[in-house]
Design a protein around this ligand. Structure first.
Ligand code: RIB
Ligand code: CA
Length: 311
């Protein structure tokens, strides 16, 4: 079977962990590398969590050590959502063999140079690493099929009224990526907030072997935060799974092309992804996702769980 080569840039993080399960267990994706970025928790933790997850599932994947802070601003993390360790309450080994540290930008460079076809990048954290890569190696932009991000929002934000967390964390990086000329797909809050896994289904995952227990623990800990939001969410929104599901099968989402800019100056609007719904700009640089087929994505997750259990 022809597989889709991908690199996942992440800040695990509970929903990042589920996105990694979905990707590592999917038989149509070839995960060439994982790169860690500072975001939900500091880089040391996001990197270690990526290593712990791959070790737990017996996946030997190159893991790159990325940016320790945003391009310009200071790092603002999200421990209140993802716990101080990034995977608090999830019982996988804390101490695992650590690989030889590789710079994330150089990992992306070598994967693209060695690939005999274009590679899809799936950033599901702040875009610092991606901005650094496209700036440092512009000649390799033509080896990127598309950049499918979890980030942004056409409507309201979740970090501020205007901005979604990943973009807000490093809007300057996001602007570089959105203006790079590389095809962008934006799985923003418009599509990801609605993708909630309901607590009454958590027991289904707990009964699905080693991987299912991992998934159920992540869901339960992630839901701890969502329960503090006054009933607005019926279950945790698994933001980072949506871009991975889109790369597996784009028909699971509804996409519309628009011009999108990233606000980097506004006092109340810093980090906003400004979607040109009026079609004022001819440069439709982004496919914005608005809806997704939740049951099909759940089916993909369950397939990945079964596949990882067989390893
Ligand atoms: O706004 C949701 C995004 O911020 C997700 O990627 C989550 O992991 C956090 O990084
Ligand atoms: Ca993330």
């Amino acid at each position: 079977m022809k597989k889709t080569p991908v690199i996942i840039d992440c800040d695990p993080g509970y929903d990042d962990a589920l996105a990694l399960v979905l990707a590592l267990g999917n038989e149509t994706l070839d995960v060439k590398a994982i790169t860690a970025v500072a975001g939900n928790v500091p880089l040391e933790r996001t990197y270690k969590n990526a290593v712990r997850i791959c070790h737990y599932f017996g996946k030997e994947v190159r893991i790159g050590l990325g940016a320790v802070k945003p391009l310009v601003r200071e790092l603002e993390t999200g421990e209140m959502v993802h716990s101080p360790s990034g995977l608090g309450g999830v019982t996988i080994p804390e101490e695992v063999p650590m690989p030889k540290k590789e710079n994330a930008i150089e990992v992306i460079k070598s994967v693209l140079e060695e690939a005999d076809e274009k590679v899809t990048l799936i950033p599901i954290g702040p875009l610092t690493n991606i901005a650094l890569f496209v700036s440092q190696y512009p000649e390799l932009r033509n080896k990127i099929q598309e950049i499918v991000i979890m980030g942004g929002a056409a409507r309201e934000g979740n970090r501020t009224a205007s901005a979604e967390f990943n973009i807000y964390a490093d809007a300057e990086a996001a602007r570089i990526v959105f203006e790079s000329g590389i095809p962008i797909v934006m799985a923003g809050l418009d599509v990801t907030n609605a993708f909630q896994i309901l607590p009454e289904t958590f027991s289904e995952y707990r009964a699905m072997g080693k991987t299912g227990v991992f998934v159920s623990e992540v869901l339960e800990r992630y839901f701890d935060f969502y329960q503090t939001l006054g009933g607005v969410f019926k279950g945790p929104a698994i933001h980072d799974m949506v871009p991975v599901a889109y790369v597996i099968d784009p028909t699971v989402c509804v996409a519309k092309e628009y011009h999108v800019d990233v606000e980097c100056c506004g006092e109340f609007t810093y980090g906003r992804t400004v979607v040109d719904f009026g079609g004022l700009s001819p440069d439709k640089n982004v496919k914005v996702l608005f809806e997704s087929d939740h049951q099909r994505i759940i089916g993909m997750l369950k397939d990945s769980i079964c596949h990882l259990n067989r390893r």
